[in-house]
Write a protein that binds this ligand. Sequence first.
Ligand code: KG4
Length: 326
Amino acid sequence: MNVLGIESSCDETAVSVVKDGRKILSNVINSQIEIHTIYGGVVPEIASRNHIQNISEITKIAVKKAKISLEDIDVIACTYGPGLVGALLVGLSYGKALSYALDKPLVGVNHIEGHIAANYITYKELEPPFLCVMMSGGNTQIVHVKGYTEFEVLGRTKDDAIGEAFDKVARVGGLGYPGGPKIDKMAELGEANIELPKTHIDGLDFSFSGIKTAIINLHHKNPNVKKEDLCASFEKQITEMLMEKVNMAIELSKMDKIVLAGGVSANSYIRREFEKLNEKGIKVYMPDLKLCTDNAAMIASAGYYDYIAGKRDDLSLNAVPNLKLD
Ligand code: KG4
């Protein structure tokens, strides 16, 4: 079954064709990073306008690269949330129009579910149940993935998402947007020699705004602190806070399969720390680096499993900017 995935929730216009939920036939991504960099972050209206300009061409390229014709598409899967409403509406409206014109079923996909599904493409043998640590620019949560379409959120951030903390710290340090990859590189050159506060919060929830503010205050009070050391200290401390909850979730759930998802799972330090869990008998899965950040292959994969489970949407489907997983 060929699923055409469409993703436009933030600053990537992406279209992909995936066969049977696991095999990428094409995966085309047009990133607007360069456009938004000069503003220090994503400007929603500019993102929407660029999606409109690009989506038709990106779709044509994706279908051509997949070596199929539009008629060979069985299902159209579109991100309908969470994300920027104007940006979401472009991909969703385009998907609805395609579904109507081609008379093919439409499935609305939750973007977070898509990030989790990126792992089904990377690991052909991976099947639920497992624990998923979802870390992106808009979300941080520990999810019990009970089935392909069944999720229970065990813990989530009470304030900033982890990617948001990376991006804001990088912005204050003048490292540019998106901050995660820049901090990742700079931290490799520094030493984690700065003590930072650790926020304690009950259960499996997270809080990342305290450490973000501490770094920002430190930078303002003492601009001569080596940026490399600041990045290394921030990355080490935030990872410790993350791993504390992950270990707690493993203990409570007694699960031995951990799956990473979302843009921050591209972070090299975080990946190394998760790899250490393998020594404790926990099997760790990490999405291919190019599937960690936003793409439409993950949407097509999630759409396939939604479709198999019987999900169908019609032309009244609307964008839901704060869509939850459970
Ligand atoms: O999953 P994603 O592409 O978009 C959302 O759905 O939010 O994640 C984007 C986030 C940004 O905050 C970006 O800074 C972060 O992922 N990110 C990283 C790295 N690569 C991307 N954070 C830390 N280290 C990285 N290497």
